[in-house]
Design a binder for this molecule. Structure first.
Ligand code: FES
Length: 255
């Protein structure tokens, strides 16, 4: 049986919109399939691969959707899937990745010539601005939570929601400003969270880690064994131009 996994890369799509897309794709695709996000939260590609295998798939095709699909994800996803393959019984499954949709000129022709609805846009003074967008809320802890593709794939328990829930349970939501981010660089140590103003990095691999982090670091201001040995390198940036240049260099895998 062939099983297909649609891969969606769109961090800012709401859970509701994603759920509707997933439902439509599953209802209309001829092969058994599922849909996962490559970033953010929810089931990840490894969950879907495990699911397909457990349900008797002999061949799995990864199908990127989105036009255009990220080139760096296009390069990285097959490697991540190949990594998963090494943990399966030899010869148990065929795995492949479909071509990007923008290689399909017929599809592009179809899209560009489809009838469409257009909603009118009227002049609106200050349309760029929004209520409550003038300054950050008061907070004591600023948390950058990586929801990039590699952290998402390593943290199948879903880091963001358990962290918000643990913070709420500890009664410190009003002290925490939580920002979900794209890739923060040290993907091999993911899923990562950065805690400011201290500038400390943490690897939170499970819901238990999340609870420990909230209790030790945020509530009790204690050192935690979950802290990663990264430092901000502020002084080198000031005195050493080369170090500053290095800090600005973008890794090839940043999404
Ligand atoms: S994806 Fe999280 S650090 Fe790269």
């Amino acid at each position: 049986m062939q099983f297909e996994i649609f891969l969606v890369s769109a961090s800012y799509v709401s859970n509701r919109k994603f759920a509707a897309l997933k439902e439509n794709l599953i209802a209309t695709n001829k092969a058994p399939c599922t849909v996962v996000r490559l970033e953010h939260q929810g089931d990840n590609m490894f969950d879907a691969l495990d699911f397909a295998l457990a349900n008797g798939a002999k061949r799995i095709v990864l199908r990127p959707i989105g036009i255009p699909f990220s080139q760096s994800l296009r390069n990285w996803v097959p490697n991540a899937a190949a990594d998963w393959l090494t943990r399966q019984p030899v010869g148990s499954i065929d795995l492949a990745m479909a071509a990007d949709l923008d290689e399909d000129t017929e599809l592009l022709k179809l899209i560009s010539n489809r009838p469409y609805r257009a909603d009118p846009i009227m002049p609106k003074i200050d349309g760029m601005s929004g209520k409550g967008w003038d300054e950050p809320p008061t907070f004591q802890h600023h948390l950058l939570v990586c929801t990039g593709p590699r952290c998402h794939m390593r943290g199948s328990f879903g880091l963001l929601e358990p962290l918000k829930a643990a913070i709420a349970k500890a009664g410190i939501s009003s002290k925490c400003l939580i920002a979900s981010t794209g890739c923060l660089f040290p993907c091999n140590n993911g899923p990562v969270v950065v805690h400011y103003p201290k500038g400390d990095w943490y690897q939170l691999n499970s819901s238990q880690h999340v609870d420990e982090f909230v209790c030790d670091v945020l509530v009790n201001n204690q050192p935690s064994p979950l802290r990663l040995p990264f430092q901000p390198h502020r002084e080198e940036q000031v005195v050493d131009g080369a170090a500053l240049g290095e800090a600005r260099r973008e890794p090839s895998n940043v999404i």
